[in-house]
Design a protein around this ligand. Structure first.
Ligand SMILES: N[C@@H](CCC(=O)N[C@@H](CS)C(=O)NCC(=O)O)C(=O)O
Length: 206
């Protein structure tokens, strides 16, 4: 029997936020199922063997993960609000932006988890290594954005959503990282993105 599509995720994950924003921009309807994969009572592993969110559940109960697969599916399923170019070359360029932004989130999330461990079990070298990736990723994003309005130039697309989710995640988990002062063009981009209801409605909350 056919069921409404579902998105399983938390309200803090930048990857879940990316999927929520893409679905909103493309007017795809779904039911949001709140599940924090770190909680003891999580059901996420029943839907994704990797135990990670986001997970998208299709009408026939089949599941999609990870966020990059889900957003590609949403792009194909809804004809409105194109977020990925059709042609291979510009499409790959957008996916590269997404990989870079997601990579910043991966490194930042690893630091967040490491810092939750008791002080004597934290590895400062590991934290420094991951923070180096966050800093280098931000620098590359800023350099590649330059003075353009949107990441790939004139048009808003998935690249902007992915970068916005990374910046919003840093604001949320690492307010001490002063990326706005170091990279004013990223700050302007985030302010521009926050004008959109899909961004405003998905600000991370603990
Ligand atoms: N590459 C994955 C990353 C997903 C991910 O790392 N999700 C985190 C939340 S931000 C998670 O579920 N972590 C739980 C775990 O690692 O056990 C994607 O794009 O969906």
């Amino acid at each position: 029997m056919s069921q409404k599509m579902k998105l399983i995720g938390s309200l803090t994950s930048p990857f879940v936020r990316k999927v929520r924003i893409v679905a909103a921009e493309k007017f795809v309807e779904y039911e949001f199922v709140l599940d924090v994969p770190w909680n003891d009572d999580t059901h996420v592993p029943d839907f994704n063997p990797l135990g990670k969110v986001p997970v998208w559940v299709l009408e026939d109960g089949k599941t999609l993960f990870d966020s990059r697969v889900i957003v590609e599916y949403l792009e194909n399923v809804s004809p409105v609000g194109h977020l990925l170019p059709k042609d291979a070359r510009p499409r790959i360029a957008v996916k590269r932006w997404e990989a870079l932004a997601d990579g910043v989130c991966d490194a930042a999330a690893l630091v967040f988890v490491e810092k939750k461990r008791p002080g004597d079990r934290q590895d400062p070298d590991w934290i420094r290594r991951q923070m180096g990736k966050v800093e280098a990723g931000l620098k590359a994003l800023s350099e590649e954005l330059g003075q353009q309005t949107w990441c790939t130039g004139e048009f808003f697309c998935l690249a902007d959503i992915a970068v916005g989710c990374a910046l919003g995640y840093l604001d949320f988990r690492f307010p001490e990282i002063d990326w706005r002062r170091k990279h004013p063009n990223l700050s302007e981009l985030y302010d521009r993105l926050m004008q959109r209801p899909a961004f405003k409605d998905t600000i991370p909350v603990a």
